[in-house]
Design a binder for this molecule. Structure first.
Ligand SMILES: Nc1ncnc2c1ncn2[C@@H]1O[C@H](COP(=O)(O)OP(=O)(O)OP(=O)(O)O)[C@@H](O)[C@H]1O
Ligand SMILES: [Mg+2]
Length: 385
């Protein structure tokens, strides 16, 4: 409805061609799609490349109109042939415009890549090919800050661990919030993920054993992107480091910084799954297109096996219309790719890190804890399906 849903895309594709021909070519679908589908929220149409199509459509149209207007004079000697070429030309222009529109619409509909149903049809879906001694590596990524990447990394990791899985968390964010959430001061870490990425230190040397195993971050990590910039294979440093610990874990959960720089690229290159936490606010959804571009780049150049496991609505407050609308926009656009689990707003999520604990440890019987337990079940059930 708003961002250009896959459903809408399909339904508009079926618009009969003749109607488009009848209408002035200016009003053909590219412009109509872009405007009609974003009546309430203009920003919602931002991902759709309408501005690109709108100016393009009139060009061929004008050419046709001109040629049809001047046709009688120019083609007067061959009068019997006159109406046919103009109609054919018009049809061809319409066809080209429709093809261009379809192509562009596909890009818009693919805002975040194929949905979960599409993934099921892909022969490369990771399950059958993953070696037994390889952990599932899940990155929590969204370049928008404060959407609950760190909170989700820790609490899902602990929930997976409660269910009997061996789980490692990796703090790949120079802010060190995940490290702090386990009661470790990042400023006091002698060795951290910086040394792993920049100096090829074995990752086992920076793993602390707390409520969960965690490879710690320190403030140094802020300089890692620059330090790695001249390194050969810099995008694969983390992937390489993880080889050592793959056999020891079932899940490796990576917390990424709020950017799409080299640290996040390392995380996505080393992962086979990505969970995208999205705060249930309209503006939070705008960065998803950019994330998708980065992911596509990674899939094409570095890691064809990485895919979006799910979009996770976080900080959901069902009492507000805005939050409910935000979730329905996500569902309209990304369908099954949106997790069924909702992480609702709860003050316990802010309180738990102060105690150096997950919410599941801080208040095991709380509703807040149950949100991530439900998510863990959903992740596990999807993985086994
Ligand atoms: N469900 C929730 N309800 C209420 N507060 C939450 C919830 N989830 C996370 N928070 C709080 O929101 C803030 C941001 O969460 P978090 O640090 O996990 O986001 P982030 O995406 O990792 O941020 P950054 O991009 O800075 O790394 C934190 O103070 C956290 O305690
Ligand atoms: Mg964080």
């Amino acid at each position: 409805m708003r961002i250009l849903s896959r459903k809408n895309h399909e339904s508009t594709k079926q618009t009969p061609e003749p109607e488009a021909e009848m209408a002035a070519p200016e009003t053909t679908a590219p412009a109509a799609t872009a405007t009609a589908e974003a009546p309430v929220r203009p920003e919602a149409s931002e991902p759709a490349p309408a501005p690109v199509t709108a100016p393009r459509a009139p060009e061929p149209t004008a050419a046709v109109e001109e040629s049809s207007g001047s046709a009688p004079a120019e083609t007067a000697p061959s009068a019997p042939a006159e109406p046919v070429p103009v109609e054919e030309e018009l049809a061809q222009v319409e066809e080209e415009a429709a093809a261009e529109e379809t192509e562009i619409r596909l890009k818009a509909a693919d805002l975040l890549g194929p949905n979960r149903r599409d993934f099921d049809t892909l022969p490369t879906h990771q399950t059958p090919e993953k070696p037994v001694d390889m952990a599932d590596v899940i990155s929590f990524a969204n370049q928008k800050g404060g959407v609950a990447k760190t909170t989700s990394t820790l609490n899902l990791a602990v929930a997976l661990s409660e269910l009997g899985n061996r789980v490692l968390c990796i703090d790949l964010d120079p802010q060190g919030n995940l490290t702090m959430s386990q009661g470790i001061d990042p400023d006091k870490c002698d060795k951290s993920m910086y040394d792993v990425l920049v100096h090829d230190l074995p990752i086992s040397e920076v793993i602390a054993h707390r409520e969960i195993d965690i490879a710690v971050a320190s403030i140094d990590l802020a300089g890692a992107e620059i330090a790695m910039s001249t390194k050969i294979g810099r995008e694969r440093s983390l992937e390489k480091a993880l080889k050592e610990v793959h056999p020891d874990y079932d899940y490796i959960c990576i917390d990424t910084p709020p950017s799409l720089g080299l640290l996040t690229i390392n995380a996505l290159t080393a992962s086979n799954k990505v969970i995208v936490p999205v705060q249930c606010e309209y503006l939070s959804m705008r960065g998803l297109v950019q994330l998708q571009s980065t992911l596509t780049m990674i899939q094409e150049n570095l890691n064809p096996n990485v895919h979006i496991e799910g979009i996770l609505p976080t900080m959901f407050d069902s009492r507000t219309l805005h939050a409910r609308e935000a979730v329905s926009i996500l569902e309209e656009n990304f369908g099954d790719l949106v997790f069924k689990s909702r992480i609702r707003k709860a003050v316990k999520f802010a309180e738990a890190p102060v105690r150096g604990a997950s919410v599941l440890k801080y208040d095991p019987d709380s509703r807040a804890a149950s949100y991530y337990r439900n998510l863990a079940k959903e992740v596990l059930s999807d993985g086994s399906s």
